[in-house]
Design a protein around this ligand. Structure first.
Ligand SMILES: Cc1cc2nc3c(=O)[nH]c(=O)nc-3n(C[C@H](O)[C@H](O)[C@H](O)COP(=O)(O)OP(=O)(O)OC[C@H]3O[C@@H](n4cnc5c(N)ncnc54)[C@H](O)[C@@H]3O)c2cc1C
Ligand code: SF4
Ligand code: SF4
Length: 421
């Protein structure tokens, strides 16, 4: 971390917390993490309110790019305003500041992780998932390619996963990096730079997509990876005000042989354990299937060389037609993965969400929660997060487990990972 001191006022000097617009991939993670709403954004940049940020550092570990970890010493009256920050294409350099940050009476705080002050003076961890990877996870590479220096991949496959007449169009897209290194791990994501720009003449910023293939390639031994991309359509009311999504439509329309500008990889915590006896509890909806597919496929390949850990999957979609990878999933052996599919809009069937199925399988979920070697992954639409955590809490209670204690332990041990968007 680059911010030895948090953003705070000391002797008239502010160590101002800023976000690097050249590196930021606009994933919203920091805005969600900040316990006091110090981060906001417009269509261009993510920015920090100087007068609100208290330098608690909660937003720093979850940021997948490190863009959040920027600090500039400024005289308090010269602090960069939100308007300044919205207008930046690059971060300003550190200028000279007349007043010393080490002035007598200057307060310093240790970077504190995801913490906020509770009314009684206690600090409370505000992150819902772990900010550490599993202890045995492989070391990820991050930020090898940036907005300034992207790499180029070639589309070697693009096909629709969901039924042609299904409402939701989800594509499986395979990108090949040829001879250029692009090392990834399951659970990481990449950024795609769509061509063109916004109405005000700026280049489009990158959009983030989870990697759906294992570390050794969509096809083992090839320098390629796959993505699971859902078209964001205005017509389906996905749009805030009726505009088709820029990047998802660009990606879904790509043809074999097309070139794509890629940045990343990103993500250093939502990673799978490497020790073969570890159990995975995976809970996802829609394109949240991407990292689960990557992990499952890695384990399937590893199984042949002795991975013994259990895999349990809860996967939700509106209907079987809209569930990406439905066919391949249902063909995986039952003794390899315990698959539970929840459909919320199946004709003639009651609505079922992943949390309903989890509750129905409470003893088996609890067995995993009890296990010292279980790792939990939640990925998909933001709306699912609350329900899944409630279901885990209810199951724990029903099965005689102390959820608050267990939850804290899972987070501390890098065993509960949540990625919703
Ligand atoms: C960690 C992470 C992992 C992700 N993984 C995946 C994945 O595996 N698969 C996947 O499909 N997605 C994934 N996403 C989501 C993805 O990054 C994109 O957000 C998504 O594809 C939409 O991007 P877009 O460019 O198509 O839409 P955008 O152009 O960004 O638009 C998004 C929405 O906002 C509306 N909107 C935006 N700007 C305006 C404006 N100025 N005026 C009017 N409306 C506007 C659009 O109508 C649209 O509905 C992930 C996101 C994160 C953070
Ligand atoms: S990349 Fe980092 S700074 Fe940018 S929005 Fe995501 S978490 Fe925030
Ligand atoms: S999480 Fe903490 S350091 Fe980050 S912006 Fe919010 S108050 Fe500032």
């Amino acid at each position: 971390m680059n911010g030895p001191m948090p953003s705070m006022i000391a002797g008239g000097v502010l160590n101002q917390h800023l976000i690097d617009p050249e590196v930021c991939i606009r994933c919203n993670t920091c805005e969600e993490t900040c316990p006091i709403d110090a981060i906001t954004h417009d269509d261009t940049n993510y920015v920090v309110r100087a007068e609100t940020c208290n330098g608690c550092m909660a937003c720093v570990p979850p940021c997948p790019t490190g863009a959040i970890d920027n600090w500039r010493m400024v005289a308090r009256e010269d602090a960069y305003s939100l308007e300044d920050q919205y207008g930046w294409d690059v971060l300003p350099a550190q200028g000279t500041v007349a007043t010393s940050a080490d002035a007598p009476g200057a307060e310093q705080q240790e970077p504190g992780g995801a913490r906020e002050e509770a009314g009684d003076g206690l600090t409370v961890d505000t992150a819902r998932g772990s900010q550490l990877p599993p202890w045995s996870a492989a070391r990820p590479y991050v930020n090898l390619y940036t907005h300034k220096l992207p790499t180029t991949a070639t589309v070697v496959g693009n096909y629709r996963l969901t039924a042609e007449d299904a409402d939701s169009a989800i594509h499986h897209i395979v990108l090949d990096f040829g001879k250029l290194p692009f090392p990834v791990l399951e659970g990481q994501s990449i950024g795609i730079l769509p061509p063109g720009g916004t109405a005000d003449g700026r280049a489009h910023h990158a959009r983030q997509y989870s990697i759906a293939s294992p570390r050794d390639g969509e096809r083992p031994g090839y320098n390629n990876l796959s993505l699971t991309v859902k078209r964001v359509r205005a017509a389906r009311n996905d749009g805030r005000d009726g505009r088709d999504g820029v990047c998802s439509n660009y990606l879904c329309d790509l043809q074999k042989g097309d070139s794509v500008q890629v940045i990343g990889p990103f993500g250093h915590t939502f990673l799978m354990p490497n020790h073969p006896a570890s159990d995975l509890l995976m809970i996802c909806t829609g394109t949240g299937a991407a990292p689960m597919r990557a992990m499952t496929e890695y384990r399937r390949r590893k199984r042949l060389s002795g991975a013994t850990g259990r895999l349990m999957l809860f996967f939700g979609a509106r209907s079987a037609d809209e569930l990406p990878y439905f066919g391949p999933l249902t063909r995986l052996p039952k003794d390899f993965i315990d698959t539970n599919l929840a459909f919320s809009r199946s004709p003639d069937e009651p609505r079922r969400y992943v949390q309903d199925l989890m509750r129905a399988r409470a003893p088996d979920v609890a067995a995993l929660l009890r296990g010292e070697d279980s790792y939990i992954y939640v990925c998909g639409l933001k709306a699912m997060e609350e329900g899944v955590l409630q279901a885990l809490a209810a199951i724990a209670e029903q099965e005689g487990l102390d959820w608050p204690v267990l939850w804290e332990r899972l987070r501390r041990e890098g065993r509960l990972h949540i990625e919703t968007y």
